[in-house]
Design a protein. Structure first.
Lengths: 546, 299
């Protein structure tokens, strides 16, 4: 780090209308240095980053004592000055590459844009440079002719970084660059960013996930409520956090935390004797722990692809979830996890193979025969909002789920309240629309809905991957509590190895439609037998201090 | 950040925080709202007048719309006859007011019929298998390929003129458009996480259809139907104008237009005011429908 930092910010305030969202933020980024800005959604980290690009938005009041980029004072810069800086000296990479890339244009043109606007290079030279950039990002030269929809999530993100790096900016700002990616793609992108930094670029990395940034960042700044609580060298912040909030964030990271340890300090759900009682009137008696709850044998499901090929989404998949225990199913996107989940839920028929639920045939079975027993199997999804009827309030959603229970008793508002308390929510939320709730609250409502019919087995498909780490910790703890209290069996599907390790008794690793390895979680982690499992373990980020 | 992802779904709650206030400053927003609200308010007033005319025409125009007074034929608008008189001395204002009921009735009934038919077609195509979907889809496409009015004319040619046939004819010709929208709504909802969640909960197909699928699929169509009523009124008038709907002495806007056409050279009021009534009806229902649409999108 040279004496004069590349970016120097002092006393940055950003406000919209009468609300101030960023207070007195001071940052320094040296040349070739990577600073990570870590905080939850709404902590003001993205607004801060945008203010550094002059993109805080219309109606934003941005004031700073010092806003100095490489010796240029930007606190009074106009639109024209900002445009000259953006792209050429400061690059930006956004979280969701599918949205950030124009779906109608090829990746090559997207990169070419920056070159065309900021340099006087002829077309041939620009094309050569584009190819070079793509190759530097680990993409093929031919990918320049493809559109965003034809690339995988990780490839899109790398294409986006290529576009941001087109003009060799001195500073690259990456806003949650890996949040939407699975472990392997995330590892690739992180490697790439580390490589850029080694090549002399400065990085401002924004994330809600401490584990992700700790491997790349030189220094970490923790942000909450628009203020920087603490900043310092990564090592120091991770090992000797000064602020209680930082300690809370560190605790919330599931990586390396054995099963059963709590991740959040907030109590997940208020135990209520009444709720326990109401959930005992099940048509299906609680099976002894360890008895098979859900057992799949040799599931096969193939799809024909547009090119005339055959895709094995599930290739001879067998798995077994024991009552009251958790089976973790881990794999990259496209590995067939979701297809398997849909077959287990009876939403899709396998080409061959069978599923038993609590010892009784479940798949294949005519839907009419399956329906009365659907109350025994619940589901929780990644995006709870899209699984709610948008016209209904929380109370109506839960009442609707309660009415599906085989116990045909009059269950009214009291039970909606009981359910909400069971998942640690204020019963007053019954009158709200799900869209007005936070991500964590929505997922709690989704859990309450899954519990309403009184199931003994729940399939959780990526239930926490859309959540902040600290909220994720609370939801994971809640699921743990509910399992202990209600004797639930879980099939926990995730691409996040750290999360799966924390929640699972047993683990199954899925790759290319096959279960490549399965066994007790800690055994698999201690002694991975399959190459893919080893690759997955290597790609999973952990806190660097560990 | 998370905002884009979390905001999906038709209903958005009141949001605080940076993005909302960034969009519009409060004062400008109020001004925009006022300018925007003027249209719908006017349209609502016009619709109110039309509804009143349809429900209690005698209260707005005590004169008998059929009373002939040959001595007062072809009178220009005056204090005695606000909108003038026709070739038989009938009061045009009274005839327009009394004509509101059949026009609106035909418009509403035709739209209702079209929606009902579209619902059946849309559900069959949306819920049925690939063959059924393709079959219904082709039928709807053939119907859409023919101009709606032509379709209505063919039907009247086959079934004979009259109010009932006009309703059926207009309803038939509006159905394909609605059917397509309902089909695509049902198709996209059918595989949605929301419906899957209901299936996983063990709800019966009938219950899912009635409580989740239909209400959500019909929402956007209902807004369109408000727009459609105005269109149906225009079509019904067009059919009457051609002598295929309501028969002449009866006060009907299209028929009045047709009757006045002969005297257009010296009695412009005979065609102008019935025409104005048709345009006002169509315009006000369109403006109201649009306002509803905006609210549905913004809410």
């Amino acid at each position: 780090m040279s004496a004069a930092p590349l970016l120097r910010v002092d006393g940055l305030d950003v406000g919209f209308g009468s609300t101030a969202v960023v207070h007195d933020v001071s940052l320094r980024i040296g040349r070739g240095e990577c600073l990570a800005l870590v905080g939850e959604s709404g902590s003001g980290k993205s607004v801060t980053a945008r203010a550094l690009l002059g993109l805080a938005g219309r109606g934003a009041r941005v004031t700073a004592r010092t806003l100095d980029f490489d010796g240029t004072d930007l606190s009074t810069a106009g639109q024209r000055a900002w445009r000259r800086l953006r792209g050429s000296r400061i690059g930006l990479v956004l979280q969701d590459a599918l949205v950030s890339l124009d779906p109608l244009r090829t990746v090559g043109r997207e990169i070419d844009d920056a070159l065309r606007l900021h340099t006087g290079l002829p077309a041939a030279a620009r094309a050569a440079k584009t190819t070079g950039l793509l190759e530097a990002m680990g993409l093929a030269a031919g990918d320049a002719g493809r559109r965003a929809g034809e690339l995988s999530g990780g490839m899109r993100q790398r294409a986006l970084i290529a576009a941001a790096m087109a003009l060799d900016p001195d500073l690259l700002i990456a806003d949650e660059p890996t949040t939407a990616l699975d472990a392997e793609a995330q590892a690739q992108v992180l490697d790439l960013l580390a490589g850029l930094r080694a090549g002399g670029s400065s990085l401002l990395l924004i994330s809600h996930d401490l584990a992700v940034v700790s491997s790349v960042a030189d220094r970490v700044a923790i942000m909450r409520g628009g203020r920087i609580l603490e900043q310092g060298p990564t090592e120091q912040v991770l090992t000797a956090p000064e602020h209680g909030y930082t300690r809370m964030l560190l605790r919330a990271v599931p990586a390396g935390r054995p099963r059963g340890t709590r991740l959040s300090t907030v109590h997940a759900g208020a135990p209520d004797p009444r709720s326990g009682a109401s959930h005992d009137q099940q048509p299906c008696p609680a099976p002894a722990p360890g008895a098979p709850a859900l057992e799949a044998r040799n599931l096969v499901r193939t799809f024909s692809t547009p090119g005339g090929g055959i895709l094995h989404a599930a290739d001879n998949v067998s798995l077994r979830v024991e009552a009251g225990r958790t089976l973790g199913l881990v794999g990259a996107s496209g590995s067939g996890k979701s297809t398997t989940a849909r077959i287990l839920l009876g939403l899709e028929s396998p080409d061959s193979g069978s599923v038993e639920l609590f010892g009784q045939p479940w798949v294949p079975l005519p839907e009419a025969a399956r329906r009365p027993r659907r109350t025994q199997l619940g589901a929780i999804y990644q995006d709870p909002l899209s699984s709610f009827d948008p016209r209904r309030r929380v109370g109506a959603i839960l009442a609707d789920a309660l009415s599906s229970a085989a116990v045909g008793q009059a269950r009214g508002a009291d039970d909606v309240a009981t359910l909400l308390e069971l998942v640690g929510l204020d019963p007053d939320l019954a009158g709200r629309h799900p869209a007005t709730l936070s991500g964590g609250q929505r997922q709690r409502v989704a859990i309450a809905r899954a519990l309403a019919p009184g199931p003994r087995m729940i399939i959780c498909d990526e239930p926490v991957s859309a959540l902040d780490v600290s909220v994720q910790a609370q939801i994971l703890d809640l699921l743990d509590d509910l399992q202990a209290r209600l004797g639930l069996g879980y099939l926990f599907i995730s691409h996040d190895l750290a999360v799966v390790r924390h929640v699972s008794d047993r683990l199954a690793v899925m790759h290319g439609g096959r279960i490549v390895e399965s066994g007790p979680t800690e055994e698999v982690f201690a002694d991975p037998r399959h190459d893919y499992t080893r690759a997955l373990l290597a790609a999973s980020p952990t806190l660097a201090s560990g | 950040m998370d905002d884009t992802r979390l905001q999906r779904g038709p209903r958005r709650g009141p949001r605080t925080g940076p993005h909302r206030s960034r969009l519009r400053e409060p004062r400008r927003r109020a001004g925009l709202l006022r300018a925007r609200a003027a249209g719908p308010v006017l349209a609502a007033l016009a619709s109110l007048f039309l509804l009143l005319a349809a429900v209690a025409p005698g209260w707005l125009a005590p004169t008998d719309p059929l009373a002939i007074d040959p001595a007062a034929a072809f009178q220009a608008p005056s204090a005695a006859h606000w909108l003038g008189t026709d070739e038989s001395g009938r009061d045009i204002y009274a005839r327009i007011v009394h004509g509101a009921r059949p026009s609106l009735l035909i418009g509403a009934a035709a739209t209702g019929l079209g929606l009902g038919l579209a619902l059946v077609l849309g559900l069959v195509a949306g819920l049925g298998g690939r063959l059924l979907d393709a079959g219904v889809g082709r039928i709807v496409e053939v119907l859409l390929a023919l101009p709606g009015l032509l379709l209505a004319l063919v039907f009247i040619a086959l079934a004979g003129p009259g109010v009932a046939t006009t309703i059926v004819a207009v309803g038939l010709s509006t159905a394909p458009g609605y059917a397509r929208i309902i089909r695509s709504q049902v198709r996209s909802l059918r595989g949605s996480p929301m419906i899957e969640a209901a299936r996983v909960l063990g709800h019966s197909p009938a219950r899912i259809l009635a409580r989740h699928l239909l209400p959500n699929a019909l929402g956007p169509v209902m807004v369109l139907a408000t727009l459609g009523i105005g269109q149906a009124v225009v079509w019904a008038s067009a059919l009457s104008f051609l002598g295929l709907g309501e028969a002449p002495p009866a006060p009907e806007w299209g028929a009045m237009l047709a009757a006045g056409r002969t005297y257009l050279g010296f009695a412009w009021w005979m065609t102008f005011f019935p025409g104005l009534a048709i345009v006002a009806t169509a315009a006000s229902s369109t403006v109201l429908g649009r306002a509803l649409q905006r609210r549905a999108v913004a809410a």
